[in-house]
Every structure is written in structure tokens, then in C-alpha cells.
Design a protein around this ligand. Sequence first.
Ligand SMILES: [Zn+2]
Length: 419
Amino acid sequence: MDALAIKNIIIGILIFDFLTERILDYLNIKNLSAALPNNVANVYDVTEYQKSQSYQKEKEKIEQFQSYFQFALYIILLTQGYLGGLYDAVAAAIANSPSLSTYSFYASNLIFFGILFIASDILSTPFAWYNTFVIEEKYGFNKSTIKLFVMDKIKGYLLAIIIGGIVISLLLFLIQSLGTSFWWIFWGIISVLIICLNMFYTSLLLPLFNKLTPLGDGELKNAIHAYCIKENFPVDNIYIMDGSKRSNKANAFFSGFGKKKKIVLFDTLVEQHSIPELIAILAHEAGHFKKKHIIQMMVLSVFQIGVYLFLLSLLVENKNLSIALGAQTNSIALNLIGFGLLFSPVSTVTGILVNLLSRKNEYEADAFAAQTSSAADLSIALKNLSKKSLSNLTPHNAYVFVHYSHPPVTQRLEAMGIK
Ligand SMILES: [Zn+2]
């Protein structure tokens, strides 16, 4: 396929994608005015329901604005060939630099990615800022401060530079030394990395952003232990995480495998729910383990990455991708971006399939929780979570089908027999 055809296909994909999202957004916003669903009526009153609707509307508005902005930006970059132009300029500057020219392959690709990373971060930060300090603030969720926001940014940058830098350098090295057969070695390394990140997330990454305190003795700890013993569910440690330093929103999760599993409860979750509700939430999470969802999702993503890398190996050296993005020279970095854009419909479709599976898993975990703790407790916990987080009670089915990894709360309640 020649470069012009590739460029036109990419632009076509972007337009199609943009228009589909607008239709989904339109349907979703229209559905917001629906009446309060029956099965949550006992925890919501009219004011709270209206508050959740206006919160959803405001969030949707800023997301829409951001997606208009991004779409316009992509179209300009592509039609004008600015991405390729930028790469050519970086490569030329490096070729002229006596200290960098010996490493020109790595330097030009890495610096180019670095510039894109910083530019896209600068462009998206105002949206993140507005979301945290205007919308979340207005609805009483925000607990973050400017200092914390900036510190999170700096830590995020450092992590991106270290992890991203290593992964991209490795990819470049393998492509340069092995050609198109780079993919299966890189696949192996990435798979190990994903498994390690999963195993050490709570002990290595999370403490960079939050403080974890072992849960102290008391009623909650006894109740959790009793549940874990009853269900033969070995747990290594239970932590309370200071989620309240950023937001009032609550969450809980498990990490690790086998006997080394850790439970992390947000302090906000513990404050906002009764002990039976907390046990029901834990039982839901335990259900994901017992039903092997965690392993299943991990195997699936490793498999997916393998397929992508194989497809990438077919195109990574195709100069026409670089030319389609506006460059004169062949660049691995541009070919990676071109590949990502060209195959975005494939990732949209796999995303939909993964969401479908994930929603099925959520029902299974709910059923497990209902069986091993109590459907009544879980339903109260779900209703309270939904009320406190002002979640969308009436998302449109088409929007759910494409974007939701969890079924809407009313459908989860319905599946538990709560009409
Ligand atoms: Zn779940």
C-alpha cells in the first residue's frame, strides 16, 4: 500500500471513530433524563439523583470538549505531516551533533518519543486540572492540593521516563538486531514484566503515591479473617490505603497471587460502609480469584500483546508508514505510531470483547459474593457506592456495550434478584 493510501485510511479511521463516539455520547446524555430506577429508590432521594445527573453531564461536557480538541489536533498533524516533519528535524539535529551522532538510531527515536510525551502531557494537563479542581471540587470529591497534584505529575514523569525509556530502548535494540523476528523475544520480556508488575504493584509502585498501613486489630480484621478462613482463601496481609488524600471516592482491591495475596482497602471505603457491607465487597473481589478471572484476564492480555507484536513485525520496517505521517526518512518511532493508528479499529473491537468478558466476570463475582456472604449486604454496598460516587444510573446500552467494564449498578442488582 502506498503512503498516500495509508494516510487517507488513517484519517478515515479517525473520522469514523470520532463520529461513533459522538453518537454514543449523544445517546448517553439523552438517557440521563430517565426516571430514577426502582431498585435503587430506597437509598436515593430526588436531590441526590439530580446531583448525580448534573455531575455526569458536567463530566461528559469536558470530555467532549477534550475529544473535539484532540480530533482537531490529530487531523492537523496528519494532513500537514507535522509528526514526520518533527522526526526529520530531530534526526537532522542529532546527525549534526558530534556527541549524539554515533547513537543516532536510539537518540532520534527516543528524543522524538520524549517530545511527543511531554507535548501530549502539556496539552492534557489543563483538562485533568479542570476535572480535579473544578468539577470534582464542586461535587465534594476532591481532596487533592496543588502541591500533591504537581508531586504526582513529577513522580509520574519519572516512572514514565524509567519504565518507558527502558521498554522503548529494548524494543529498538531488538528490532535493530533481529529485524522482524524481534516480536516473540520482546513479547516474552513484556509478559514477564506484566506478571512482575502485578506481583509487586502493592509493595513497589503503590507506596510511591500512597501510604499503606496494616489494618489494626478489631472487629473488621476479625470479620475479614473469619470470611477468609471459611472460604479457604489465604491472604498475606490487609492494608488500609490513604485514598482520602486525593479523593472521597472509595475502592478496594486485591493484588498478588496464591498465598501472597494482599487486600487493599481505601480508608474512604472503610469510613463509608458497615462491616457486613465491607465483607460483601471483599467477597466480590475474592470471587474474581476463585473464578480465576484474574489469571484469565492476564493470559488474555498477554495473548493480545503477542498478536499485536506479530502484526507490528509485519509493518515495523515499512517506510510508507513514516512517509504517510509526513517524514522523508524511515523511522521506527513513526512506524510504531502509524501502526497504532492504522490498527486502532482492531483495538477498539478487542476492547469491546474484553469489556464483554469483564462484565460477565462481574456478574459471576457478584453471584459468588451473594453465595458466600450475603446478597442483601452486597446490594446495600453497591447502592451506597453508587450514590456516594454519583455514578450514572441510566447509561445507554450502546454506551455500556462499548465502554463499560462493569455492568451498571441497576443491572447488577437485577441479576441478584433485586427489582
Ligand atoms: Zn469486580
